[in-house]
Design a protein around this ligand. Structure first.
Ligand SMILES: [Zn+2]
Length: 207
């Protein structure tokens, strides 16, 4: 399949609003952000169309951005994820904190954030090392509760590792077993310190 691009046209030294009729005719959609900034976007542009718009923007002093379409957020990644990983109990585990939540309270998180994938080719190359060749790749998606999703935002680093390990089904049961083993091990190591105290206490109870 030929490579397609998501083209975004933003204000440059000139306002993008001046070209809105041309962009509307070219089937660009207007997207408004909270800070009242406006830009125009069109998905699935061919290479030819992208280059054409780039020249147009240069002439009109507008800011031009193009991202390979597979790195932008798709509209159906959530339903695709639930179709691929159906849960028999209807509950999903958050990959970051391990809490189980019902389907309507769980969000689908991009482990490598969409924003970083769009902006930085270095992040795309790093993701490719994990076998991820698009933001909406199933390997790049994990379940997250709303709290963890808000905490993570567009962070990378340790969150990437947490996401990849936490989404494995064996991780949380294994972690629980290891915690129990660790607790018993610490109790075993400290027995000389607290056992006399425990015996004293038992003796006082018997008196
Ligand atoms: Zn969580």
């Amino acid at each position: 399949m030929a490579q397609t691009y998501t083209v975004r046209i933003k204000n440059g030294t000139k306002s993008v609003k001046r070209c809105r009729i041309f962009l509307w005719w070219k089937k660009y959609t207007c997207i408004r952000r909270e800070n009242s900034r406006v830009y125009y976007e069109k998905k699935e542009c061919s290479r030819w169309e992208k280059n054409h718009m780039q020249r147009y923007c240069r002439r009109r002093n507008l800011t031009f951005e193009a991202v390979p379409t597979q790195y932008t957020r798709s509209s159906n990644y959530r339903s695709l994820f639930f179709a691929k990983y159906p849960s028999p109990t209807g509950k999903y585990r958050c990959a970051y904190c391990g809490k189980k939540k019902s389907k309507d309270k769980i969000t689908i998180d991009h482990i490598f954030p969409v924003h970083c994938m769009e902006e930085y080719p270095a992040v795309r190359r790093r993701a490719a090392l994990f076998g991820i060749h698009g933001s909406n790749d199933m390997k790049n998606l994990c379940t997250a509760c709303m709290r963890c999703n808000q905490k993570k935002e567009a962070k990378m680093g340790i969150w990437i590792l947490k996401g990849f390990i936490g989404k494995q089904p064996w991780y949380w049961p294994l972690r629980r077993i290891l915690t129990v083993i660790l607790v018993f091990f610490v109790l075993y190591l400290g027995r000389k310190i607290y056992m006399p105290v425990v015996w004293n206490w038992i003796n006082t109870l018997q008196k």
